[in-house]
Design a protein around this ligand. Structure first.
Ligand SMILES: [Zn+2]
Length: 304
């Protein structure tokens, strides 16, 4: 039984390894000068690092998957040959073998039924005998591991099925939560929901703006020395919007607006620096000459 398991694991790694070679040659078509920067081969799972200055586009990922699955479908022979390094160079393009190897090398070739080379690499690993044994191939992730190194993670055969199952599960839950019948309605439903969200947000913002205007126009205020108006306002309101409205409403006045949580905005008349005003009051602030804001406990008792 143990032997059977080991054999299965070995085949799973062979499938992933041959797929790695196919991925390498597909990437070389897109990034002409790319070089392998590392790779990890596990059971029906592979990770491939390569030199590139950018990530792949969704179309490129789709094309790579399509091409590799076509190679799998076309059932090309995978040939492993031991030969001298010199013969390997003589027989096949030198460009493939830039690194230095020993005298005897293993050349792994995948070629079409017309003897056209699909992939050729020097490699000591075991491989499947035919590309059809890989079953199928899917890229599940890509990322940048360094500025010049990109990483692709892919799966083959049984793990492609698991992947589909996993995505199907996510789709089923999403479809159910969005109250639609099938995932083909997802894009439409999302557009509609996002539009509703935007409309609602705009409505809320306009309600809030009205509320802020009401508060700043009609609320009771006090005054103190050079400060024409001092407002204590509810903390839950959007402070950025308050600052914006206050600037319009109190154009030629010195105004301090604060909350029970000590947040404050100080606006000044054109010829008075808000920064200097705040410094005189002894409160900590940030901002410009026309308006400063900040959080300082002393605003609570400064004018009492
Ligand atoms: Zn290899």
């Amino acid at each position: 039984m143990k032997l059977v398991v080991e054999q299965c694991q070995r085949y799973a790694k062979m499938r992933a390894h041959t797929a790695t070679h196919l991925l390498h040659s597909e990437l070389a078509k897109i990034f002409k000068t790319t070089k392998q920067a590392g790779s990890l081969v596990d059971e029906d799972y592979l990770r491939f690092d390569f030199n590139a200055d950018r990530l792949l586009s969704p179309e490129e990922i789709h094309d790579i998957e399509k091409n590799i699955n076509q190679i799998i479908y076309d059932a090309y022979v995978v040939e492993v040959k031991e030969t001298s390094y010199d013969d390997a160079i003589k027989l096949w393009a030198k460009a493939f073998f830039e690194d230095k190897y020993g005298d005897v090398v293993r050349v792994v070739r995948v070629f079409t039924h017309d003897n056209e080379i699909v992939s050729i690499e020097l490699c000591g690993w075991t491989h499947v005998l035919n590309t059809k044994d890989i079953g199928c191939f899917a890229i599940i992730w890509q990322e940048a591991v360094a500025s010049w190194v990109k990483r692709i993670t892919a799966v083959v055969w049984p793990k492609v099925g698991l992947r589909i199952h996993e995505i199907q599960g996510i789709l089923d839950v999403t479809v159910e939560k969005l109250w639609i019948k099938t995932y083909t309605q997802l894009a439409d439903k999302l557009d509609k929901t996002l539009k509703e969200y935007d409309d609602m947000k705009a409505n809320l913002e306009s309600l809030e703006t009205n509320m802020i205007k009401q508060i700043l126009t009609w609320s009771d205020f006090s005054s103190w020395k050079d400060l024409d108006k001092i407002f204590l306002i509810p903390s839950a309101l959007n402070f950025k919007n308050i600052a914006f409205q206050a600037k319009i409403i109190f154009e030629h006045q010195n105004v301090l607006i604060y909350t029970a949580e000590w947040w404050f905005i100080l606006l000044t008349k054109k010829w008075i620096s808000a920064k200097e005003f705040a410094a005189k009051l002894g409160i900590k602030w940030w901002g410009t000459d026309l308006m400063v804001q900040g959080r300082d406990e002393s605003v609570l008792w400064l004018f009492k």
